[in-house]
Design a protein around this ligand. Structure first.
Ligand SMILES: [Zn+2]
Length: 100
């Protein structure tokens, strides 16, 4: 199988080559998403005084293009598609700026 051969050959690569390969693989794969269930803090009096916050709410974190992104999900957990979320966000920004 081809994958076995590739894995065998990895041993002959140096650190720099492995890094380049890693970046290639990273751009071919969708980002992996980490889900967190946590309270949200707002600007209200209770939160400012160190209260427990509101919620809890679900958030999704993922890295893409060297940046970490956070997507607010809400009370009900749902799986997100990170690339779709980024495209949606960009679309909303453009709409707000009057580009669209
Ligand atoms: Zn609050």
């Amino acid at each position: 199988m081809m994958l076995d051969k590739i894995i065998d050959q990895l041993e002959s690569l140096d650190q720099t080559e492995l890094r380049i390969l890693y970046n290639h693989i990273g751009s071919a794969l969708p980002p992996s998403v980490v889900y967190q269930h946590k309270p949200s803090k707002c600007g209200c009096k209770k939160c400012k005084e160190g209260g427990p916050g509101h919620g809890k709410y679900w958030y999704a974190y993922f890295s893409y293009d060297g940046k970490t992104h956070c997507v607010y999900i809400g009370k009900e957990k749902r799986e997100i598609d990170p690339i779709y979320e980024l495209e949606l966000r960009e679309y909303q920004w453009r709409k707000k700026d009057g580009v669209l």
